[in-house]
Design a protein. Structure first.
Length: 352
């Protein structure tokens, strides 16, 4: 008999709920329904995420979204077999909302509950696409404050090959956008502005591009953008699209070349890109082009599943259960992990 997994995501500024089915007899779990509420409009007035406001909004949204996804899936709460939620990393207060609701629902239904690592959700999100990957593969995880290259041999079998030593790619986008005076959320707005600019207009650094390792560093690029913006002074406004395009080109150049180096070092023939920056149009174009030359397959989540969402949490829970990496339990006491390294969950049957 197939199992139904309810997933709740509330780690930052999006409330996501979804229902995923584990098919009877195995196979890739399938998404039945999902719903997402973004808090972008609310936080825009403050220029960034306000944690207390985020937590309060999650409280308002999570149950209506749960009712919506169950109705869309043609299911009831009683049909759910496992309730999963994001345990971390993220904003503590926001995480507590999702954890509290998930554990309360599970306890009321007498169903098991499962805490999920937010980054593992992103990492496995391409399995929700129409063209899911196969293990093993190299993963480029570019989500918020995280930029990592990993070797992925299976669920819970991850080896970090390189990661950011300061600012991540997403932070470089957002901080550079703020320097240019772009509104929140800066990264996507910078990328859109860059479409009308010249990527070679300004010579910006590509940090650690020739370091010989697979680590990343984008703090120096952010400083270079700030220096260039100050140098332009009153000329910044008419040159803003050019500066945005040059900034995006520098970030994407590093991401693509480091990923190609990881593929070369490991001999892998498949790469997965996941996380919010994975939606970047230029990144997809350049990586697809370079990988096509090398006959390497590239997989992405669907564009609407690149940001935080409940579908990736339900999928990660389902795949961990399938792989025997973790079992849901009827222990309803809960905590959250605002800081939680992904490499801490690689051992089989690790207690989450």
């Amino acid at each position: 008999m197939s199992e139904l997994i309810l997933g709740i995501e509330s780690s930052c500024d999006e409330t996501g709920v979804a229902v995923v089915r584990i098919p009877e007899g195995g196979g890739v779990p399938t998404l039945l329904s999902h719903a997402l509420h973004s808090q972008i409009d609310m936080h825009r007035a403050y220029g960034g995420v306000v944690p207390e406001l985020a937590s309060r909004d999650h409280i308002r949204r999570v149950l209506p979204l749960t009712r919506q996804v169950l109705e869309d899936a043609g299911k009831t709460l009683q049909d759910i077999d496992v309730v999963s939620f994001t345990r971390g990393p993220g904003l503590a207060g926001a995480l507590l909302v999702g954890a509290g609701v998930a554990c309360a629902l599970a306890a009321a239904l007498d169903k098991p509950v499962l805490g999920v690592h937010h980054l593992e959700g992103h990492l496995l999100s391409p399995f929700l696409s129409d063209d899911p990957p196969e293990f093993p593969f190299i993963a480029l995880l570019v989500s918020g404050g995280h930029t990592q290259l990993m070797r992925v041999d299976g669920v819970g079998r991850y080896e970090i090959l390189g990661e950011t030593i300061d600012d991540a790619a997403g932070e470089a986008f957002d901080k550079s956008a703020k320097v240019m005076g772009l509104p929140y959320p800066g990264g996507p707005i910078l990328s859109k502005l860059a479409e009308g600019g010249d990527p070679q207009a300004f010579k910006l650094p590509r940090p650690l591009l020739h370091s010989g390792d697979l680590d990343f560093s984008f703090a120096g690029l952010k400083t270079a953008v700030l220096t260039q913006a100050k140098k332009l002074g009153d000329e910044l406004e008419p040159r803003k699209a050019d500066l945005a395009a040059s900034t995006q080109a520098a970030i994407v150049d590093v991401l693509v070349k480091k990923t190609l180096n990881a593929l070369k070092q490991t001999g892998m023939q498949r790469v997965v890109v996941a996380g919010g920056v994975g939606a970047n149009k230029l990144l997809r174009e350049q990586l697809n082009q370079e990988c096509a030359k090398r006959k390497i397959r590239v997989h992405y989540p669907e564009l609407h599943l690149c940001t935080d969402n409940g579908a990736m949490i339900a999928m990660a829970a389902a795949m961990r259960i399938q792989a025997g990496q973790q079992q849901a339990s009827k222990t309803y006491a809960f905590d959250v992990k605002p800081r939680w390294p992904l490499d801490s969950i690689v051992e089989k049957n690790v207690a989450l």
